[in-house]
Design a protein around this ligand. Structure first.
Ligand code: AP5
Length: 208
């Protein structure tokens, strides 16, 4: 399977991608996680990206496109993958189309996880991640176990979340008509129990 999860910050892309990738045995390609890993290692790319991420802005297209092209060459990505948070602009989507056609492959589907803006701020501000496992929790909706080693993302402050939402509506939402026009888009309601949303995403991905 070669597929994309799109949706606003806090829609549940990362949460659902982890479960679905385990189920299908394919890698999750999260550009946000890749950029945060670069930042943690202190690479030049990571330090440059952090300047944009801390303000809730998108990292320049070419930086992300080059990073994804490298990732797609890795052996584990040859049989499929699930993108989470990429593409995020029409320029990134066009570049991905070019890469896929050079590789002689194509996308099976694009799932849009829909959640209203007013719920997203609470979701993102309550998010905590376990440093050891990378597992995503929520203080209210998916409470972590007592022994979890929790951290909060640097860009999960309320003010930055609102900026990220504005960026989503301006720069990422145009992907909805882009993929709708190619017959690839499937919409899924992202509100409800985690397992119920997983079922909706799996059903959407298995739809022709
Ligand atoms: P990225 O890491 O991709 O963040 P995002 O897209 O803003 O999405 P989030 O990770 O915030 O949310 P999510 O949808 O994964 O939700 P989650 O599952 O965690 O990007 C970060 C930054 O990196 C960007 O701002 C940009 O600067 C840069 N970047 C990344 N990719 C880029 C690209 N391609 N181009 C340019 N720049 C790029 O869930 C959120 C919370 O809700 C959790 O606490 C979870 O437990 C909870 N939750 C999940 N589902 C439910 C549910 N059904 N009910 C209740 N709570 C739920």
């Amino acid at each position: 399977m070669r597929a994309i999860l799109i949706g606003p910050p806090g829609a549940g892309k990362g949460t659902q991608a982890k479960v679905i990738c385990e189920r299908y045995g394919i890698p999750q390609i999260s550009t946000g996680d890749m950029l945060r890993a670069h930042k943690a290692k202190g690479t030049e790319l990571g330090l440059k990206a952090a300047e944009f991420m801390s303000k809730g802005l998108l990292v320049p297209d070419q930086v992300v496109i080059d990073m994804v092209e490298e990732r797609l060459k890795q052996p584990d990505a040859q049989k499929g993958y699930l993108f989470d948070g990429f593409p995020r602009t029409v320029a990134q989507a066009e570049s991905l189309d070019g890469s896929l056609s050079r590789l002689g492959t194509k996308l099976d589907g694009v799932v849009l996880i829909e959640v209203a803006d007013d719920l997203l701020v609470e979701r993102v501000c309550g998010r905590r991640t376990d440093r050891r496992s990378g597992q995503i929790f929520h203080l209210k909706y998916n409470p972590p176990p007592p022994d979890a080693d929790l951290e909060q993302r640097a860009d999960d402050r309320e003010e930055t979340v609102r900026d990220r939402l504005r960026v989503y509506h301006d720069q990422t939402a145009p992907l909805i008509p882009y993929y709708e026009g190619r017959g690839l888009l499937r919409r899924v309601d992202g509100v409800g129990e985690l397992a119920a949303v997983t079922e909706r995403v799996l059903n959407a991905l298995s739809r022709e």
